[in-house]
Design a protein around this ligand. Structure first.
Ligand code: NDP
Length: 336
């Protein structure tokens, strides 16, 4: 349950677990679905919903209501349905609530899972929002070409690990940054990035980027914003592209950090474009056709960070903002 609106970094105590009786039946005449939740996704945008007014993201999701369950993406089993698109026994992914059982009265953002021969938890990450974000963000917004120099921030996370691997499959030179040695090792060994560095150990981000990109960056996949973006702007090549996916370093800031080096967009004729994955859902079927074979053929590695039980949900979500998660952060409510 979401306790109340916050400012600054989220804390575990901003959420609490409540127990109560559940009715495992839909109300008479309901057009909704009754779900048994299996896997819940921890996503950075959820922090934005913890403030009463969120410009932009509010167009997709309203802020959380104090005293109500946290909502978010997840994987669930349909126990009862009054909706023509769903029937008992279906496995679905989409918007649900952080509960054991949920009634979703208007299941507009709920998709039936057709391919169940992969781990179902993948439908919180690689086969859901973060996967489609990486796919559309990289292939569409970055206009990548073989041999180009690609830089990914928050590279060991849900989106970043996939962007880097898509770029490698395209034949690009790929460098990622992350916040610990363990993550840096993972980027180089498991995800096969060409290079990786711990941004927390670099006093001069501009110098670090010059070390890894002596000839400059063609593509920057932006996940963090702030100082990192400023340093990247100094290192872009002519006609470079920046896909602005998110800016997690700014989500808890009372006052967003200024960016000083924006004139480089002009000097270097850089194309910088923000995007929202919800504008790319029409690509979802094509995306699955591409990515499921990549998973099965071992062309893409995927790492999840699994937290067990609803009671671990708050700390798992808060962990996104101090980098505790290694890979996609998932909360398991039940496995079947
Ligand atoms: P991750 O799995 O990458 O988790 C967040 C990671 O961000 C943490 O593990 C941490 O890793 C890093 N981080 C946290 N605080 C900071 C900070 N102050 N500075 C630098 N890094 C920080 O999350 P996702 O992959 O789910 O999301 C990545 C980005 O993509 C986010 O910005 C998110 O908002 C955005 N997004 C955008 C979408 C869109 O439609 N545009 C859709 C989905 C996601 P580390 O140890 O490296 O610090």
């Amino acid at each position: 349950i979401f306790r109340n609106f916050i400012s600054g970094f989220p804390k575990e105590s901003d959420m609490f677990v409540a127990t109560g009786p559940v009715k495992l039946k839909l109300p008479e005449g309901s057009r909704g679905v009754l779900l048994k939740n299996l896997y819940l996704s921890c996503d950075p945008y959820m922090r934005i919903l913890m403030t009463p007014k969120n410009e932009g993201s509010g167009e997709v999701f309203a802020p959380y209501a104090p005293g109500s369950p946290v909502s978010g993406f997840g994987v669930a089993k349909v126990l009862d349905s009054g909706h023509p698109d769903f029937k008992k026994g279906d496995i679905v992914w989409g918007i649900t609530k952080w509960e054991e059982y949920s009634v979703i009265s208007a299941p507009e953002i709920l998709f039936k899972i057709q391919h169940t021969d992969v781990p179902l938890s993948y439908y919180t990450g690689i086969l859901a929002l973060p996967g489609l974000t990486a796919y559309a963000g990289f292939y569409e917004l970055c206009s990548p070409k073989k041999g180009e120099y690609v830089y990914v921030s928050a590279a060991a996370g849900a989106v970043g690990q996939l962007v880097g691997q898509f770029a490698k499959l395209m034949g690009c030179y790929v460098v990622g940054s992350a916040g610990s040695k363990e993550k840096v090792d993972l980027l180089k060994s498991k995800f096969r990035f060409d290079e990786a560095f711990n941004y927390k150990e670099e006093h001069d981000l501009d110098a670090a980027l010059k070390r890894y990109f002596p000839e400059g960056i063609d593509i920057y996949f932006e996940n963090v914003g702030g100082k990192m973006l400023d340093a990247v702007l100094l290192n872009m090549r002519d006609h470079g592209r920046i896909a602005v996916c998110g800016m997690i370093s700014q989500y808890n800031a009372e006052k967003p950090e200024g960016v000083c080096n924006l004139m480089n967009v002009v000097y270097k004729r850089v194309r910088m474009q923000g995007f929202n994955v919800f504008d790319h859902f029409q690509q979802y079927a094509k995306f699955l056709e591409t990515v499921i074979p990549y998973i099965k053929e071992g062309k893409i590695a995927y790492v999840e960070d699994i937290a067990e039980g609803l009671e671990s949900g708050a700390s798992a979500l808060v962990g996104l903002f101090n980098g505790r998660n290694i890979g996609k952060q998932v909360v398991v409510v039940a496995r079947e």
